[in-house]
Design a protein around this ligand. Structure first.
Ligand SMILES: Cc1cc2nc3c(=O)[nH]c(=O)nc-3n(C[C@H](O)[C@H](O)[C@H](O)COP(=O)(O)OP(=O)(O)OC[C@H]3O[C@@H](n4cnc5c(N)ncnc54)[C@H](O)[C@@H]3O)c2cc1C
Length: 162
């Protein structure tokens, strides 16, 4: 059982690194291959390093003296250099982002766009996709209500014959 304590979480929104989802089978019940590819971009490491160091310095503020006895992690060794901190972050990082954006919305000029601005699947008539998969990027808000709003918007498009 890990020691009880205060936990601060640093969250990197709008990360530049992008993962990949690949179908492994034509059977929709087969789990697809997911590669999150965290920290492929140096800028993501730099921003999260800054955030972790900010959390550490906040925890050291005198206002926390009464409730924080000592820092459990990252350790002083893990904070010693950017390389050490990178090793810690790469080991500990996870994602809180909900899966989305696997068939994104975009203009005709975007080869990776699956649907257009009305949710219509490019190259196929009378088929729309209206769910979290058409988000062009991982959003910073929660996905549930955002998905509902996408549905409200596209239902208006359908009523308007767009
Ligand atoms: C554990 C968990 C916690 C979450 N917590 C939050 C939260 O606190 N706040 C938040 O904003 N978001 C949260 N989310 C994310 C949010 O629920 C999703 O982003 C959102 O539901 C996505 O909507 P969607 O319409 O794309 O997909 P879904 O809501 O998954 O809807 C897909 C629908 O398609 C149906 N379906 C699947 N296959 C077929 C088929 N072959 N034929 C017909 N129908 C089919 C399914 O039954 C389902 O009803 C959470 C998700 C999970 C898993």
């Amino acid at each position: 059982m890990p020691p009880l304590g205060i936990r601060m979480m640093a969250s990197l929104e709008l990360a530049l690194s992008a993962g990949e989802l690949k179908l492994t089978s034509t059977d929709p019940d087969e789990q697809p291959f997911l590669d999150y590819r965290y920290f492929q971009q140096e800028e993501d490491l730099r921003r999260l390093r800054e955030a972790v160091r900010l959390c550490v310095s906040l925890g050291e503020h005198e206002r926390f003296n009464d409730i924080i006895e000592s820092r459990i992690e990252p350790t002083d060794e893990e904070l010693a250099s950017d390389e050490d901190l990178d090793t810690y972050m790469i080991r500990e990082v996870t994602t809180g982002q909900h899966i989305s954006g696997t068939c994104k919305m975009g203009p005709d000029s975007d080869d990776m766009a699956v649907v257009n601005q009305y949710g219509r699947v490019r190259g196929i008539q009378n088929l729309r996709i209206v769910d979290a998969s058409i988000m062009p990027d991982c959003i910073r808000a929660n996905t549930n209500v955002t998905t509902m709003m996408i549905a409200e918007r596209v239902s208006d498009f359908i009523k308007d014959g767009k």
